[in-house]
Design a protein around this ligand. Structure first.
Ligand SMILES: C[S@@+](CC[C@H](N)C(=O)[O-])C[C@H]1O[C@@H](n2cnc3c(N)ncnc32)[C@H](O)[C@@H]1O
Length: 440
């Protein structure tokens, strides 16, 4: 933050200013948008509708940043280069409201933006903001502009993915530019009577397709409900839920979970009653996983900090199921984390592939003969998904893809039998997963 930055407390009731501070920390401190937004909203005293506006401005500005910059470029005599980041982000917030938030009239959007961000950008930039936003409102360069909010290399990747699955490429591009719906995933041990509990909590839910235990929240306050506080269900995208369900949740298996992170999938593995050992290289994330599982009243999770790309500290072939949610670009989740589209570059993918190959090789060594390996990533790129699995299948002939007869998963399977999801299918994120059997 610069000298002119206002603290969250002094700006706590100004939605546009709070949105600007969040965008600044996403851009300059490398924080994820969700984490930065949660932190800012918690620290502020902002009320209901204004909380919604902050969220809309942060996600919308990040999602449409490429277009906003192109439009702003036309309205600025000297272009965007050299503008301090707080001024550029304030202009983006203003432009987003003018171009894409129909419910706010232009004059109100301009006046409120200038008024609320004044403290952060400094009084000497107010004139510039005013002139540029007024010019933009007159020029309306967005009229007829149907270009994607993704960088060109990602437009190509999404189009390639659509071609692979024989689905509508332009529609998939548009879907990645939209806001993701709120999904929740209910634990198997809380499924009975769940819909009555949801009704008592005044939540309106719709099941999405057939993914077991997954609902879209239509209305109500999920995070304030006892369903969430007891961790009977958590907010989790349908694709993420599908991956863990596809692993097959049952209490008779000894489970190793690699790259467990903060435990969003550990919760469901542990809720099956199976003993689960969760591994991650990041100790703080694993502590989060432990807290989540304890909060849910479950006791079957052990955590071990280890690098899964190196030999693991367990006996070889000692687990029935190894569930590996490998680190990846996260491109499949870019509706929920819109900053990802600006942070990733094509050169990340071979690097990720090399790491994932090392991780799947270590994962495979941990599975007993006859056991199962589930490899997953929250990405749709060939390098991070199919090419990693093909590498294992080529080099270790004891592994085979396991055909799946679960009815609900069939619509998500590709020709090889791997799970490949996307937002045009029940609004879920784009994930890849393969279910592999050790036939040695
Ligand atoms: C896709 S995220 C996992 C998300 C988590 N399973 C969930 O559902 O919330 C990948 C995780 O891999 C971890 N990771 C990255 N490199 C690793 C490595 N070499 N060994 C073990 N874990 C690693 C990261 O810390 C991160 O938590």
């Amino acid at each position: 933050m610069t000298k002119r930055s206002a603290s969250a407390s002094s700006t706590s009731k100004l939605p546009r200013c709070l949105a600007l501070l969040v965008l600044q920390s996403v851009q300059n401190e490398g924080v994820g948008s969700q984490a930065a937004l949660d932190r800012a909203l918690r620290a502020s005293k902002i009320s209901g509708p204004n909380r919604g506006l902050v969220t809309e401005l942060v996600y919308g500005t990040l999602r449409h940043r490429r277009r906003l910059d192109r439009w702003l470029e036309q309205a600025l005599d000297r272009g965007l280069r050299g503008l301090p980041s707080e001024v550029l982000n304030a202009l983006r917030i203003g432009a987003y409201q003018l171009a894409l938030l129909e419910r706010i009239p232009d004059h109100a959007a301009i006046a409120a933006t200038i008024d609320e961000v004044r403290k952060v950008v400094g009084p000497n930039k107010v004139g510039l903001l005013n002139a540029v936003l007024r010019r933009l409102a007159r020029q309306r360069p967005w009229t007829g502009d149907a270009s994607s909010g993704l960088p060109p290399w990602l437009v190509k990747r999404v189009s390639d993915y659509a071609a692979t699955l024989s689905i509508d490429g332009p529609a998939l591009l548009r879907a990645f530019d939209e806001r993701a719906p709120q999904h929740i995933h209910v634990r198997t041990d809380h499924q009975i009577g769940f819909e009555d509990r949801a009704a008592a909590a005044e939540l309106t839910l719709h099941s999405i397709g057939q993914i077991p235990g997954v609902y879209r929240v239509e209305s109500g306050h999920f995070f304030e409900s006892e369903i969430f506080t007891s961790r009977a269900a958590i907010a989790q995208d349908g694709a993420s839920a599908a991956v863990v369900r596809w692993a097959g949740l049952n209490s008779d298996q000894k489970v190793l979970e690699l790259c467990a992170g903060r435990g969003a999938k550990s919760l469901f593995l542990a809720a099956s009653g199976a003993p689960v050992t969760a591994v991650d290289v990041d100790e703080r994330r694993l502590q989060g996983a432990q807290r989540l599982v304890e909060r849910a009243g479950l006791t079957t999770l052990d955590t071990v900090v280890a690098d899964a790309a190196e030999p693991l500290p367990f006996a070889a072939a000692s687990f029935d199921l190894v569930f590996c949610d490998a680190p990846c670009s996260g491109l499949g989740t870019m509706r929920r984390r819109p900053e990802i589209r600006h942070r990733r570059i094509a050169a990340d993918l071979p690097y990720n592939h090399a790491l994932q190959v090392r991780i799947i090789e270590q994962a495979a060594k941990m599975v007993r003969p006859g056991g199962l390996l589930l490899y997953a990533v929250c990405s749709f790129t060939e390098e991070e998904g199919p090419m990693v699995v093909e590498h294992l299948l080529r080099n270790a002939p004891q592994w085979r893809r396991e055909p799946s007869d679960a009815h609900w998963v069939q619509p998500f399977l590709d020709q090889r039998g791997d799970l490949r999801t996307h937002p045009l299918q029940q609004g879920v994120d784009a994930f890849y997963a393969a279910r592999l059997r050790h036939c040695g």
